[in-house]
Write a protein that binds this ligand. Structure first.
Ligand SMILES: [Zn+2]
Length: 424
């Protein structure tokens, strides 16, 4: 569906952003068939899309229900306004969702608009009007698409396979040629053992050679998983039989009940769990690095939105640590009568009430009843953007580990490891 030649490297933050956006969109439901999903693929002309929307606006005039007709037409107008902000379709395409969403029971609908830039070029061009937003084409991007190499090894045979996204392919099967543990009559025990070891060594070398041939050419190979029922796989792993770049990519050794394709299936079934575990180990390591700096009072770590932001702005942040559980937004309020601007941080569920309270108060500067919510921005996004600009790494930390819980509960979900000590 999209160009698979493009880099599939995705940061934990990008994934999280998209997942969160899609979760929000999935939760929205229209009163009737009045929610618009618009996918614009790269290469289209904005003018062409606008012309199409004009036509849809005309078609919508035939809708019988007054409310639905009005809501659909209002949404189309909003989408057109959004489109006009772009001079051209971004290189990965553009997705706009817009529609009247009930805020608090019937009659409380408010037009909500969401613009999503896809992480990879989208190939669909479509307009849909439905009671829900069509997010399925974006959901595709959440799927793991990296490739993993799988080897299931025991003393009798080895099976090589690749797992790309959900597609599993057996690449090769080789037999070991290693005799069983029971020698034939007449052979001396020592001679038999030596022969067996020589055959085993030869077998391991062959496994290494085939693994190199099969896995090394895969440019997006993310890791190698080794499975098998007995200790042979561990003996293989201990030796230096793989090309070093493959050896470095071994992420787990898995005990399986079976060999052959069934063994491969077993490893595959456990892959999501293994990868999650790998990520948890990474997260724990990052958090431990942070806690070390804090515990030893080195001045090379800090936490809390304000301090972290200050360090980011001074280019002092090496790694920005953000808890997935942070649901803070920064709102910008502007006065339309003068140049008064203020920013405030709050929980995202408080925004609606805050916006309502604005209409009840005058501008502190000019007293005009002209305060408006100019921007609502996730604190996570805000900090991540600053991190991007200063070359800091961004790590999104789940709350699945004890350390992740600490980040959320003891450090407010926002922390940083610093490049250098920043005087306060
Ligand atoms: Zn003012």
């Amino acid at each position: 569906m999209w160009n698979s030649n493009l880099s599939t490297k995705r940061t934990s933050l990008e994934r999280f952003r998209l997942k969160r956006a899609l979760d929000t969109l999935a939760s929205k439901e229209g009163r009737g068939t009045e929610l618009i999903s618009l996918y614009v693929s790269p290469g289209r002309q904005i003018s062409e899309v606008i012309a199409m929307l004009k036509q849809e606006y005309g078609t919508a005039a035939n809708i019988k229900s007054d409310t639905t007709r009005k809501n659909v037409q209002d949404a189309i107008v909003k989408v057109k306004q959004r489109l006009k902000l772009f001079n051209e379709v971004p290189e990965k395409g553009l997705v706009i969702f817009c529609g009247a969403i009930p805020q608090n029971g019937p009659g409380s609908e408010k037009i909500e608009t969401y613009v999503v830039t896809p992480p990879e070029p989208i190939q669909v061009y479509l307009y849909r009007c439905d009671s829900k937003f069509h997010i399925e084409y974006l959901k595709e991007f959440l799927r793991e698409k990296e490739t993993y190499g799988i080897m299931v090894i025991d003393s009798s045979a080895t099976t090589f396979a690749t797992l790309r996204g959900r597609r599993l392919e057996t690449a090769k099967e080789i037999t070991s040629g290693v005799p069983g543990k029971h020698r034939a009559g007449g052979q001396s025990a020592r001679r038999f053992e030596r022969l067996r070891e020589a055959k085993l060594l030869d077998y391991f070398k062959r496994i290494g050679k085939h693994a190199d041939e099969i896995f090394l050419p895969i440019s997006d190979l993310k890791g190698v998983l080794i499975g098998g029922p007995g200790p042979t796989k561990n003996d293989f792993q201990k030796g230096d039989y793989l090309h070093y770049t493959l050896g470095d990519k071994i992420i787990a050794t898995v005990d399986t009940a079976y060999v052959g394709e069934q063994g491969v299936e077993e490893v595959t079934e456990r892959t999501p769990e293994i990868l999650r575990h790998v990520r948890y180990v990474e997260e724990k390591k990052i958090m431990q690095d942070f806690l070390y700096e804090i515990g030893h009072d080195t001045g090379l770590a800090t936490y809390g939105e304000k301090e972290v932001k200050r360090c980011l702005e001074n280019g002092a942040v090496k790694t920005l640590l953000l808890s997935e559980a942070v649901n803070l937004v920064r709102v910008t309020v502007k006065c339309t009568a003068c140049d008064y601007v203020k920013q405030e941080t709050m929980k995202d569920q408080e925004v609606l009430e805050f916006e309502q309270s604005l209409s009840e108060q005058g501008c502190p500067n000019c007293n005009a009843p002209a305060l408006q919510l100019a921007e609502v921005k996730e604190v996570i996004d805000d900090l991540a953007e600053l991190a991007d600009q200063t070359g800091a790494d961004v790590e999104l930390i789940s709350i699945e580990t004890e350390e992740g819980q600490m980040l959320k509960n003891s450090f407010g979900g926002i922390a940083a490891i610093l490049r250098f000590k920043l005087p306060s």
